[in-house]
Design a protein around this ligand. Structure first.
Ligand SMILES: [Zn+2]
Length: 449
């Protein structure tokens, strides 16, 4: 077995070691690789081992990683015209954001004030606000307008180091409008640097047309919407808002089972506001993830651990609910349940930044920076079924990575509120370079003097 910090070369790379590379990164104070046995999401103490290589180097060719190791070894084996020095900085896999409601129209800042004044999320929803307000705005919006909104969001996410995003529709709530949202996502995925993974949460809320007949809406989802979506190959996952007053356990089970039969992998919004048994349902269905999990029981968490269901935790959503409650991440880790972190970007929780999610996870859920990094990279990649491709810096994987302007990984969570991203590399290409824009700014300042 090679030592942990040896240089790992693929066979193809060995043969062409002197060939020109796309990009070489050298002298990273910490190259945080997350390398290792990544067949399954990391649990328990595995979350602490983030595979740090000091004075690390990394070689990229054709958008893939071809070598990872100490700078002296990688630089000896490879030549490249484009070399990035990460001296004094750290390099990490690009963040994966495995739970977002990326596409919508309008905003809900008035409800923000109502929540500050004491109204609950469910009171606002019952009064026709919340998701239903966004449904009204999104139904009215054109595909072009939604593409424009989504592009703006993806730009900000990329600037903050996110290179892959799961995106849910769910603000259409008719077959036609859900398909419109999924079309927007497909266009965004084709146009934008950030990779997008589409999810259909047709059962995100009961639309006003069905307020007296929620069962009728469940039938519409299972019998018409999901089959149409599956037929078009417009989504990879199916999701449900399983919550008291929204969709019951039984309705959620029927919807996710129908989706599963059609090849749509199940995910659910579980136990966000009450202990309904969403974690148990997720385990029973063999869901990919159960998200939020603020009120999940220990039995439910144990069942998730046994089935390898990921708890995708959304501390920014808990923060925006303003009731001081966060998911019990330490118990989940102790019970061996895998956890991931996501923004839950949506009009009720308008956050594009996974760095701030890491900070919230450290402060309110007592994750260490290493655990939070694991949850926002390799485990987040597992939560969207992309771990063989992304989430760690290993030979053969996609060259999606970020350079952060901090001396070590413990600064993540510790330093918060400003953007730590220095550079973003997506598919082996430098797509964000804040150092360059800062020096342009300095140049401008000098000229003005
Ligand atoms: Zn959500």
């Amino acid at each position: 077995m090679p030592s942990k910090e040896a240089v790992y070369l693929s066979k193809a790379a060995k043969a062409k070691a002197r060939e020109k590379l796309d990009l070489l990164i050298v002298n990273a104070n910490e190259l945080v690789t997350l390398s290792g046995d990544n067949q399954k999401p990391r649990i328990g103490k595995q979350m602490l081992d983030i595979g740090i290589i000091r004075d690390g180097g990394l070689a990229i060719k054709d958008g893939r990683i071809v070598a990872v190791g100490k700078t002296r070894d990688v630089a000896k084996a490879f030549k490249a015209e484009n070399v990035i020095s990460a001296k004094g900085k750290i390099v990490l896999p690009g963040f994966v954001d495995p739970h977002t409601h990326l596409v919508f129209a309008g905003s809900r800042e008035d409800e923000f004030q109502m929540r500050i004044e004491g109204a609950s999320y469910m009171e606002i929803l019952d009064a026709g606000g919340g998701i239903l307000k966004t449904v009204r705005d999104t139904r009215k919006a054109s595909v072009e307008k939604l593409v424009e909104n989504g592009t703006e969001t993806l730009n900000i996410m990329l600037e903050h180091g996110t290179t892959t995003v799961e995106a849910k529709s769910g603000y259409g709530l008719t077959t036609r409008d859900e398909l419109k949202m999924l079309e927007v996502m497909q266009r965004l995925n084709q146009m934008h640097t950030v990779d997008l993974i589409p999810t259909i949460p047709g059962a995100h809320a009961v639309p006003p047309e069905f307020s007296n007949n929620p069962e009728g809406y469940v039938h519409l989802v299972t019998d018409e919407m999901l089959p149409k979506v599956a037929e078009k190959g417009a989504a990879e996952f199916c999701d449900v808002f399983c919550e008291r007053g929204v969709f019951s356990l039984d309705q959620s089970r029927r919807i996710l089972s129908a989706g599963k039969k059609l090849g749509l992998k199940p995910k659910l919004h579980a136990d966000e506001m009450s202990p309904l048994g969403g974690a148990e349902l997720a385990a029973g269905l063999g869901a990919v993830s159960a998200d939020h999990a603020l009120f999940s029981s220990d039995e439910g968490i144990k069942a998730m651990a046994e089935r390898g269901v990921i708890a995708t935790l959304l501390p920014a959503a808990a923060f925006s609910l303003m009731n001081g409650r966060y998911a019990d991440a330490r118990t989940m880790i102790n019970l061996g349940a895998p956890i991931a972190l996501a923004t839950d970007f949506n009009p009720n929780c308008w956050i594009e930044n996974q760095q701030l999610v890491i900070a919230l996870a450290c402060h309110f859920m007592k994750l260490t920076p290493a655990e939070a990094i694991t949850a926002a990279t390799i485990n987040a990649a597992h939560a969207v079924s992309r771990a063989p491709e992304i989430g760690s810096l290993e030979v053969g994987k996609k060259a999606d990575m970020i350079v952060l302007n901090v001396p070590n990984h413990k600064f993540l969570g510790y330093r918060f509120g400003s953007n730590l991203v220095d550079k973003v590399i997506k598919n082996g290409r430098l797509v964000i370079d804040t150092e360059a824009s800062r020096s342009e700014f300095r140049l401008l300042e000098e000229q003005e003097i």
